[in-house]
Structures are given as C-alpha cells and as structure tokens.
Design a protein around this ligand. Structure first.
Ligand SMILES: Nc1nc2c(ncn2[C@@H]2O[C@H](COP(=O)(O)OP(=O)(O)OP(=O)(O)O)[C@@H](O)[C@H]2O)c(=O)[nH]1
Length: 485
C-alpha cells in the first residue's frame, strides 16, 4: 500500500456501499479528505476501478449488507486489492463481526465496528491510511494461544466434569484485558442459561442481564454480544457500549468499567444447539486475523467442554434410570426381589451395628388364582397394584415394601420388634381387607412376622417368616402368624 506522501496529495479512495444514502453521506462528509474519492455500489464496479487506476484505500461499508453479504464477491475484491497494494478497511456492524475473519481469509482487511458517526468514519479511514493498517500484535496472540493451551488442560480434567464450565470461564478470564468471561448455553428454544462465569469481583452476569427466564426474550438480545452470539450464531463485537443503542445496558457496562464486549458463538453439536462465550474487556482491543482464528478455536474447545459436561450428565441420568429399572418391580413400582434381598442384608447389618430390632413381614394375597380365573389377568394386575398402593400408604417412610413374587410381598421394618411387627402386619391385613378393588371382590392377605435374632443370617429369618406365613394360610387365611425362633 502506498501511504500519502504529502497533505497536498491525499490518497485515492474507493468507498463501497450498496446503500445510496451511505454513499452520499461518505462523499459529503469525507470527500474533502481524499485527492479522489470514488463511491461505488457493487464489488464489480470497485474491481473495475482498481484495475484501471491506482487506489490507496478501499472502504467496504458492510452495514448495508444486513440482509445478506455476498462474501465470495467481496472476498474476490479483497484478493484483487491485495494484488494492487490497496489497503482495505471493512466497516462492520457489531452484530456481524464474523464478516471480519471471513474476509480476512481472502487477504489483509482492517476493521472498524459500526455504527459510526459519519465524522468518526472519516477519521477512522484517514487514521487507518496513515498508520498503514493495523499492525498485528504478537503479544496479544501469544496471550490468546496461552489461554488456548490452558483451556485444553481445563477440558482434559475429566474427573470433575460438573465444574468444567467454571474452569473454562476462569481460563478465558485470564486473557489480558478480560475483566469477565461467561458461558451461555441454549437449553431450549427460549431458555438461554448462564452455565459458568468468572472474573472481576462484583461483576455478575445474572445481575447485569436480569432473570434467566426472560433472557432469550430480553430487549438486549439484539444488543448484548453474549446474547446475540448465542441466539443468532454470529460473532458480535461491541467495541463501545453506547453503540448497541440500549442506554441502560451501556450505563450498566460503563459503571462496571466495561468498554468492550465480545460474543463468540459456540456450536454444541452438529445441529442447531448453540451457546456463546462472552468476554468483557476494560479497554478496547484490536484483534488480528490470527486472534480471530484463535478465538474460533477457543469457541470449539468451549463447545467440546459443554458437550462433554452434558454427555456426563446424560450418562449419570441413564445409569440412575438403569439402576431404577433393575431394582424396581415394573407392575407395582415397589422394590423387586433382588433389591429386597440387598435391602434386607443392609438393614440386618445396620440393626446389628446399632443393636436395634429389625422385623420382617411376608404377606401373600389369599386365593389370588381365583381373581385371575374369574375376572382375568388385567383385573388381577390392577389388584396387585392396588395392594401395593394401599400397603405403601400404611407404612412408615423407613419401612420398605418389596414384591418378592407373583402375589407375595415383604415389608422390611427397621427399628421394629416382633410385637410391633405383628401390629404392622395386622394394620396391613385390615387395610387390604377394607379396600374396594376395582373389578373384583374384596381381597384378604395372610402374613408371617419375625424379628432378626442375634447373629442370625437374613436368609434364615426369611425362611422362618415364610414358614409363619404358611401357617397363617393353614390357619384359614386373612390372619397373621408370628415366626418361631
Ligand atoms: N394378574 C397377575 N397374577 C399373578 C401375577 N403373578 C402371579 N399371579 C398369579 O397369582 C396366583 C397365585 O396362585 P397360588 O400360588 O395358587 O396362590 P393363591 O391362589 O393366592 O392361593 P393362596 O396363596 O393359597 O391363598 C396365580 O394364579 C398366578 O398366576 C401377576 O403379576 N399378575
């Protein structure tokens, strides 16, 4: 690029905007600053001009492209500008900052963040030309690369997945100039959750943005970069809070000494799920193309971290569900036989340790075969569910009801002696006898009750209680028998 040699020979500039009003405004406001200022409406016109005469500066006014940017056409223009030694300045709307790294892939492009007042725009263009574009800042890139390495370490610690989002934020907040880092995740179409934050004391994203429930519908969703990036999937760079057009938001940020906010979209899976990284800076910071590439890599890592944490949560839930299925009787919802055996072993150990009594009750529905035979299996099933519900309703919360077989159940009753166990069994018998069963006659149960003795094996107690239950059947049913010791 050829810098202006003297004030008398101001450089030649081309200003490209699809919007006539913007072209007029720039021509009137900034025309006097250039030896020649040519305004054009399309990339083709700009390319023709650059081919026919020497152009020092090409200003791409991207605000007019909100409804769709022809990246390939503008990219070709950047390629041609770099071939002609023409400096390129993109004036990019803050909500579409991803256009900057996208254009950077075609060649060197400096940027300014819009909206800009006309006067400020002329100053930026002139400044840009005088300093010969923005120099890359290796120190900032080094710092960003160091953050990336620390982020990889933070993610590699899979032993503490629940704290991963917080670790990721703490790592992001260590980038020089970042006062606060936050991670947002879309949990549903209107549920944007703050999953982690770290930074300067007193800076709290919840307080800044208000209640989580309204975040995705907040009027600031078009203004605050963390929200814009998560909701639209666009890189959003607000380099001055007042540019967002939300005075209250600007005041909140400036009160906290925040002068720049960057929102980087985060992809959570191949689909539409997404989130964002939100970095708040105390000072403005210029990003080189390498910086943008590193920020994109950080967003990928953050996406991986969130996905991993989510997968860990899913696996935990799945494991809990498998355990529940493996230990629960599908028909009645009470503990199944296998779980019952485990519970009895556990309670026997506890009873011994604390020298507390433990009672076991086994009960069986009387002549249940007749229910099935007369009314059908479906009515029988419903009766079994009703028995489980009725008995569950008369037990203490510390008692465990178990379905040990087809129409046989057991109750493990901690801190319960044989005498008290007899009372519980009697309560069960009376409750079942007093219940109306849908679709069939009244039902009764027979029960056997026993108390764990000394160092008795729980299996032995089960045998004694089953024998007592058999005696209750022989005694005419609808009664309770105490197990012999
Ligand atoms: N509907 C239904 N019936 C079941 C289920 N499991 C076992 N049964 C039935 O329960 C009945 C048990 O019959 P028996 O063992 O002869 O005992 P009973 O008819 O209750 O007679 P007593 O126990 O001697 O009073 C059988 O008809 C089984 O088919 C089940 O899950 N659903």
């Amino acid at each position: 690029m050829s810098a202006p040699s003297a004030a008398s020979s101001l450089p030649v500039a081309v200003f490209l905007s699809p919007e006539p009003a913007r072209r007029d405004a720039f021509r009137h406001g900034c025309g006097g600053r250039f030896l020649r200022l040519l305004v054009v409406e399309s990339a083709e016109q700009a390319a023709e001009l650059m081919a026919s005469e020497s152009v020092d500066l090409l200003v791409l006014e991207l605000e007019g492209y909100n409804r769709g940017l022809d990246l390939a056409a503008l990219g070709q223009l950047v390629v041609s500008a770099s071939g002609h030694n023409t400096a390129v300045l993109a004036v990019c709307p803050f909500t579409h900052a991803s256009w900057i790294p996208a254009l950077n892939r075609y060649g060197p492009v400096d940027y300014a963040i819009a909206p800009l007042l006309d006067e400020a725009m002329c100053d930026v263009a002139a400044e840009h030309l005088q300093r010969g574009g923005s120099a890359a800042t290796p120190a900032s890139l080094r710092a960003l690369l160091a953050v990336r390495t620390r982020m990889q370490d933070a993610i590699a610690d899979i032993d503490d997945l629940a704290r991963m989002p917080a670790r990721v934020c703490a790592t992001l907040a260590s980038f020089p100039g970042v006062a606060h880092a936050a991670l947002f995740e879309m949990k549903a179409s209107d549920d944007l959750q703050l999953v982690g934050q770290a930074g300067k004391d007193g800076l709290d994203m919840e307080r800044l943005l208000g209640p989580a429930a309204e975040r995705a519908r907040s009027p600031w969703r078009h203004a605050f970069p963390g929200l814009v990036a998560a909701l639209s999937g666009e890189l959003c760079l607000l380099d001055a809070p007042e540019k967002a057009g939300e005075p209250e938001l600007a005041m909140n940020l400036l009160t906290q000494d925040i002068h720049m906010v960057l929102g980087i979209p985060v992809r959570l899976s191949g689909g539409a799920e997404r989130g964002s990284i939100c970095l708040m800076f105390e000072q403005q910071h210029w990003f080189s193309p390498e910086d943008f590439a590193t920020l994109a890599a950080l967003a990928q890592l953050a996406g991986f971290a969130l996905r991993t944490a989510e997968m860990a949560r899913d696996t935990e839930q799945l494991a809990a569900q498998v355990t529940r299925l493996a230990t629960t009787d599908a028909l009645t919802g009470v503990a199944n036989r296998r779980r019952g055996e485990e519970l009895l072993m556990q309670e026997a150990r506890r009873a011994r340790r604390y020298h507390a009594p433990l009672a076991l009750i086994a009960f069986d529905i009387d002549r249940f075969r007749q229910v099935n035979d007369r009314y059908g299996h479906a009515v029988g099933d419903l009766a079994l569910r009703t028995v489980a519900a009725v008995v569950g309703g008369v037990l203490r919360s510390s008692d465990q009801l178990v379905r040990t077989g087809g129409e046989t159940f057991a109750v493990i009753a901690p801190h319960t002696s044989a005498i008290d166990g007899l009372k519980v069994a009697e309560k069960i018998r009376a409750a079942v006898a007093g219940t109306d069963f849908a679709g069939c006659d009244r039902l009764t149960i027979s029960a056997g009750v026993g108390q764990l003795t000394g160092d008795e094996d729980p299996d032995k107690l089960t045998l004694r209680v089953d024998a007592a239950l058999a005696r209750a059947k022989r005694a005419g049913r609808n009664c309770v028998e105490l197990a012999m010791s």
